[in-house]
Structure formats: C-alpha cells, structure tokens
Design a protein around this ligand. Structure first.
Ligand code: MG
Length: 389
C-alpha cells in the first residue's frame, strides 16, 4: 500500500492553529515596526469596500495593480533602450520588478509594510507612455495648452479613472495611502508632509535600480566601456571591493559582480542612514515620519557619487547619437498620431470617444496614446497615419 503524504507515524499532525488563516492585522502587529504603515490604520478607499478576510488592504492594492492592463503593458514599453538594440536590456516591466525587489529588501530589513512597499513599487511607473521619456516629452508638448503630460500624474489617472475592471466604481479603488504615495511622486516640492517610509523606500529603490541597470545595459550595448565607467569614483570603489574578494574576475563576470556590489552597497548605505535617523530623531510612529525630514536617503558621500554617475549617464548614454535618433523618430511618430487622432477622432475606440465630452479631445487623445505599448503605437501609426505624413 502506498503511504499517503503526511500520514506517516513520525509526521506532525496538523493542528487547528497551524491551518488557521492568518488575520492581516495580527500579522502586521507581530511583524511591523511602530513607524510602519499598518493595514488596520489605513484611511480606506475612496469607494468604501468590505475588508477581505485574509488579504490586508495593501495586499489587495498590490493584487489589483498586478492584474491591471496598464501593468501588463509595461512589458512592451521602453525603459531607456528600445527593442531594435537587442533583447538584453530592461523594459519598463523588468525595471519595475527590480525596483520592487530592492524596495522589499529595504522594507523588510526596516520592518515596514512590505505589501505597501511592493504595491507602490509596482505602480510607480504605470503612467509611462510608449518610448520612455522621449514619449513623455512629446506628449507634454502636444498637451502644452491643456495641462501638459507627466507620467507620475498619469499613473494616478490610470488607477483612479482609466482602468475599468469593476462595475461598482471607476479605476482600481486603491487605498488612500497608495494614492498619496503616488501623489508625492507627482508633486514632490509641494507636499507639506513627508511621505510614508514605504513611499520613501520606493523612491530610493528606483534610484538604486536605474543608476545600476542603465549602466549595465549601456555596457551590454557597447555605448560605454568599462574603462570609461572606471573613471567614476563610485564605479572604481565598487570594483576595488569586488577585487578584494575575486581578484581574477574579467569580462561579464566582473561587470555583474560590480553591479551586485553597487546595489548591495547602496542598499546597505540607505539602511545605515535610516537606522541612524530613526534613532537620532526618535521616530516611533507614522506621525513622526510625516513631520521629520526624509529618512530613506543615501549618505552625503554616496549621494554625491550617484549624482556624478547620473550626470555621466545623461551625457554619455541618454544623449548617445544612437539613442537620440530613435528618440526623434519616436517623438515624430507620437506627434503625428496626436494630430491625426485629433483631426479624425472617429478613429479612437468608442470608450475613449465617450470620455471626450467631459475632458476634451486633446486629453482624451493623450490618454489613448499614453496607454499604448511601443509596439502598438508603431503598428497603429503604420496602419493609420504613415502614408499621410
Ligand atoms: Mg522607475
């Protein structure tokens, strides 16, 4: 006779306690720091909903984002490099997942609410139009007389209005805390109170991720050489640390080891800074977090070195002739499409046409274009407008 799993004499028998479903509030109470955002303290949602028995409010936010159309479309949206350069580099989706990974590491180490950290990280770039910042600049110009276009603000419109998975309310009806986190990204200078630590962690993790992976992608595509990067103190120090452990590394192995070191170094630095500030400023509640200066910030020394790397990347990578020509082509395409749809609004899907009465045609066309993937924008441009321009 075949033994059934878990039925042997030595296996512990499941008790009622073991198979009891975890109550989210209890989990938060046991695991989270007092300065973390507890689910039970959430200010709820714009459209009140009954609480879920075993998923906390921020876990539900995370799930709603992962299941949204806007999130899936990130897989075919440019981060920095477009598909014609190759297939090694990050897309907007893989960047988002890397940010969530770094942010969760920081959030867990500080005993913050990981569900909220992850939900904010997965939502942080939802509002990017096709072709990355090139696409954003083009749409901003097209909408200059109608309030402009900003990817952080657009992410808010997506999750509060444009996504329509529910019959009862528009948008995803995310928690007030998640929306506030995204608002603080959209209007940094005007926010009177500091964002929650969970939101600060996502901002810092975004910077850790793009500083390292933009350099990695540029090396892979031979827009930069390792020797050029080694002119930067940040890169040199990371290489020195790697060499102490692995003297003989070369080529791709050395590059990856430096990248791992850079991420680990930045995360460790953020954690050390946060620990010191939490103690020095006696932060023991969310209210303290809101009143204090930013807590999740790199040390002065590392911040200066990161700025140097960012300026280097801006000069040498983001303005590389190969990228500039792609950027111009993408902007011309989006501008032609914007003018084309405005001239022939009957080409827009019916759901968008019906919104124009409330928000006007320019914003309606902008919303439609911003939702497109790179691939779909190219396809629709060729199908509808290529002959005309
Ligand atoms: Mg980002």
């Amino acid at each position: 006779m075949t033994a059934r799993p878990g039925n042997s004499a030595s296996a512990p028998r499941p008790t009622g306690e073991l198979i009891e479903l975890a109550a989210p509030q209890e989990r938060d109470r046991l695991l989270l720091a007092p300065f973390a955002m507890h689910g039970s303290a959430s200010r709820g949602r714009r459209y009140p909903e009954v609480e879920h028995p075993y998923r906390g409010p921020f876990q539900r936010d995370r799930d709603r984002i992962v299941h949204s159309a806007a999130y899936r479309r990130l897989s075919a949206k440019t981060q920095v490099f477009t598909g014609d350069l190759g297939d090694y580099h990050r897309t907007r989706l893989t960047h988002t997942i890397e940010v969530a990974s770094v942010a969760r590491t920081i959030g867990r180490a500080l005993r913050l609410n990981e569900d909220l950290v992850e939900a904010m990280a997965l939502a942080h770039d939802l509002g990017h139009p096709p072709f990355g910042h090139a696409g954003e600049d083009a749409l901003h110009r097209c909408l200059s007389k109608d309030g402009g276009f900003n990817h952080n603000r657009h992410a808010l419109r997506l999750v509060t209005e444009l996504e329509q998975p529910y019959r009862e309310f528009p948008g995803l009806n995310l928690s007030i805390e998640l929306l506030e986190g995204q608002e603080s990204r959209a209007a940094k200078a005007t926010t009177a109170e500091r964002p929650l630590l969970e939101a600060q962690v996502v901002d810092a993790a975004d910077s850790v991720a793009y500083d390292t992976h933009d350099a990695d992608d540029a090396l892979e595509h031979r827009l930069l050489t390792m020797d050029e990067l080694l002119e930067l103190p940040l890169w040199r120090e990371a290489e020195r640390r790697v060499r102490k452990r692995y003297q003989a590394l070369t080529g791709g192995h050395l590059r990856r080891a430096i990248l791992h070191e850079l991420i680990d170094w930045q995360v460790s630095d953020l954690l050390a800074q946060a620990q010191a500030r939490l103690v020095d400023w006696q932060i023991t509640s969310v209210a303290d977090v809101r009143r204090a200066p930013l807590i999740i910030e790199p040390s002065t020394e590392l911040a200066a070195q990161k700025i140097e790397l960012e300026q280097f990347l801006a000069q040498r990578v983001y303005r590389h002739p190969q990228l500039l020509s792609v950027r111009r082509a993408a902007q011309d395409m989006l501008s032609s499409m914007f003018a084309g749809y405005l001239a022939q609004p009957e080409l827009l899907p019916a759901t968008y046409q019906s919104r124009a009465a409330q928000i006007g045609w320019p914003r309606t066309v902008g919303d439609y274009l911003a939702g497109m993937t790179d691939r779909y924008a190219e396809q629709e441009y060729t199908r509808l407008f290529a002959q005309a321009s």
